[in-house]
Design a protein around this ligand. Structure first.
Ligand code: NAD
Length: 436
C-alpha cells in the first residue's frame, strides 16, 4: 500500500499542475472507451449479471461522465474577493492529493467513474478499491485508463474489506458507496483520522401514487424503479404508497400486477431479459426469506417464485398488507421485492414515506404539479422524481440522500468537484504597502 500511495502521490504533482493536459487526457479517454464498448458490456453482463440492455446504458453513461468532467476541468476554480486596490484576495480550490475510492458491485463501471472523473478533473490521483464481485470490470477499466493517462494517476487495488480498511487509513480523502453498515464504520474511521469522507449508502425508497396518477405510466415507472436489474439498486422503489379509496387501490394494484407479470426473468445475455440472477446465493437467500416473511405477515400478490435450480433467479415480486412497522417496510432487501400500502390522505402518505431511517430518493405520481411540489418539500429524501422511476440518476446533477442513506457532500455534477478540493485563500499585497 505504501508504495502505491507514494507512486500516486508523485504522479499527482505534475497531473495537478496542468489543467489543459488534464482536460485533453480525460477527453481522449472518453474517445478511446468507445472502441471497447462490446468488451466492457460483455464483462459487466458476465461478472455482475447485468442485463445486456442495462449494461449498454451503463457504458453510455460512463462515456458521458468522462466527457462531462473533461470539460469541467476548465471551469473557474475559485473566486476573487474585494480588498484594497491594488491588492488581491483569491480563494482557490486545490486538490487533496490521493483520493481513496471504495465501490460496490452493482454499477461496476459507472460508480468508479463518477467518483474518479471529478477527483481526476480537479487534479487528484485516485486509488479504487472495487467490490470483490466486480474486480474484472475494474481491472479492465484500469487497463483502458492507463493507455491514455500518465502512469500512477489511476490505480485499482483489488481485495476485500481489509484492503478497503487499509485504503481508508492511507489515502488523503475517502469516497465510499455501499451498504449502510460498512459505510458507517468507514465514516467513523476517516473522521477519527481527520480525513474528508463522503458515503453513499442504502435506501428504502417510496413511490407515492396520488388519486389522479395515470395508471399505464405508473406501471412503466414501477417496472423500472422496482424491478430493473432485479431491484439491485440503492434507488430502487421498495414501497408503493397508494392514496385513495378501496376501489382506486384495487385499480392501481391490477395495473401494477399486470405490469410486473410481463417482466421476464432469465439469462442477462438475452435482450428480452428484464431480471437476471441475483449477484450471489446469500443475496438470493435474503430474497427467499423476504418472500416467506411477506407471506407470513401479509400477502404476495405477484411473483415470489423461488428458483429451485440453484440459479439465484428471482421474479418481480409485489406484496400487500405488510404492517407498516414490520422490518420489510423499513430495511433494505437488495432484490426485486416491493411492498404496497394504502392510505386515505396525502398527509398519511408523507408520514409513511418518511417513517424509515433511510432518505435516498422518492417518486410522486400525479398530474397535479402544485401537489407534487408541496409533497416534494415535505419528503425527507435527497432526491425526488415526479412522474418518473425512483431509480436512475443524472450524472450532471447533485446525487445523494438524507438521514442514514448518505454522509457528507453530494456526488456527481459540479457538486462533486467541491468534495475533491479544499479551499486555499491567497492574499496578495502590493509590494509598496508597509505593515505597521
Ligand atoms: P458493501 O458495503 O458490502 O461493500 C462496498 C465496498 O466496501 C466493497 O468494495 C467492499 O469490499 C468494501 N468494504 C467492505 N467492508 C469494508 C471495510 N470494513 N472497510 C473498507 N471497505 C470495506 O456493499 P455492496 O454489497 O458491494 O453493495 C450493495 C450496497 O450498496 C447496497 O446497500 C446499496 O444500497 C448500496 N449502494 C448505494 C449506492 C448509493 O449511491 N447510495 C449506490 C449503489 C449501491
Amino acid at each position: 500500500m505504501n508504495d502505491l500511495i507514494a507512486t500516486a502521490r508523485k504522479a499527482q504533482i505534475s497531473w495537478s499542475a496542468n489543467p489543459i493536459a488534464r482536460s485533453a487526457a480525460l477527453s481522449a479517454v472518453a474517445k478511446s472507451f468507445i472502441t471497447h464498448r462490446d468488451q466492457m458490456v460483455d464483462l459487466m453482463v458476465d461478472e455482475v449479471n447485468k442485463p445486456i440492455t442495462e449494461a449498454r446504458g451503463e457504458f453510455a453513461r460512463a462515456v458521458a461522465i468522462l466527457e462531462y468532467f473533461s470539460q469541467a476541468v476548465l471551469d473557474p476554480d475559485g473566486t476573487s474577493i474585494p480588498t484594497l486596490d491594488p491588492n488581491l484576495i483569491l480563494s482557490l480550490r486545490r486538490p487533496y492529493g490521493v483520493a481513496g475510492l471504495i465501490t460496490p458491485w452493482n454499477f461496476p463501471l459507472a460508480i468508479p467513474l463518477w467518483k474518479a472523473a471529478p477527483a481526476l478533473a480537479v487534479g487528484n490521483a485516485v486509488i479504487i478499491k472495487p467490490s470483490e464481485f466486480a474486480t474484472k470490470t475494474a481491472l479492465f477499466l484500469q487497463e483502458l485508463m492507463n493507455k491514455t493517462l500518465p502512469q500512477g494517476i489511476f490505480n485499482v487495488l483489488p481485495g476485500g474489506s481489509e484492503v478497503g480498511a487499509e485504503l481508508v487509513d492511507s489515502a488523503d480523502l475517502i469516497s465510499f458507496t455501499g451498504s449502510a453498515k460498512v459505510g458507517r464504520g468507514i465514516v467513523a474511521r476517516a473522521a477519527a483520522l481527520g480525513k474528508p469522507v463522503q458515503a453513499e449508502m442504502g435506501g428504502h425508497s417510496p413511490a407515492i401514487v396520488l388519486p389522479d396518477a395515470d395508471l399505464e405510466l405508473l406501471a412503466s415507472h414501477i417496472q423500472i424503479g422496482a424491478f430493473s436489474y432485479s431491484g439491485q439498486k440503492c434507488t430502487a422503489t421498495r414501497r408503493i404508497i397508494i392514496v385513495g379509496n378501496e376501489k382506486r387501490k384495487s385499480e392501481v394494484i391490477d395495473s401494477l400486477v399486470a405490469g410486473a407479470e410481463k417482466l421476464i426473468s432469465g439469462d442477462p445475455r438475452d435482450e428480452k431479459t428484464f431480471l437476471g440472477p441475483l449477484i450471489h446465493s446469500d443475496s438470493y437467500k435474503n430474497y427467499c426469506a423476504a418472500v416467506a416473511s411477506a407471506r407470513e405477515v401479509g400477502s404476495v400478490i405477484s411473483g415470489g417464485r423461488i428458483d429451485e435450480t440453484g440459479g439465484n433467479l428471482p421474479s418481480a415480486t409485489l406484496t400487500d398488507s405488510i404492517p407498516p412497522v414490520h422490518q420489510l417496510m423499513c430495511e433494505e432487501v437488495f432484490a426485486p421485492i416491493t411492498h404496497i400500502a394504502s392510505v386515505s390522505t396525502t398527509d398519511e402518505a408523507i408520514a409513511l414515506a418518511n417513517a424509515v431511517l433511510y432518505g435516498l430518493t422518492a417518486s410522486i405520481h400525479t398530474s397535479d404539479l402544485e401537489a407534487s411540489l408541496r409533497i416534494s418539500k415535505r419528503l425527507e429524501t435527497g432526491m425526488v422524481k415526479v412522474n418518473g422511476p425512483t431509480a436512475g440518476v443524472d450524472f450532471h446533477a447533485p446525487f445523494g440522500g438524507d438521514k442514514d442513506s448518505s454522509y457528507g457532500m453530494r456526488e456527481q455534477g459540479k457538486a462533486s468537484l467541491d468534495f475533491y478540493t479544499h479551499t486555499q485563500t491567497i492574499t496578495v499585497n502590493s509590494g509598496t504597502r508597509k505593515f505597521q
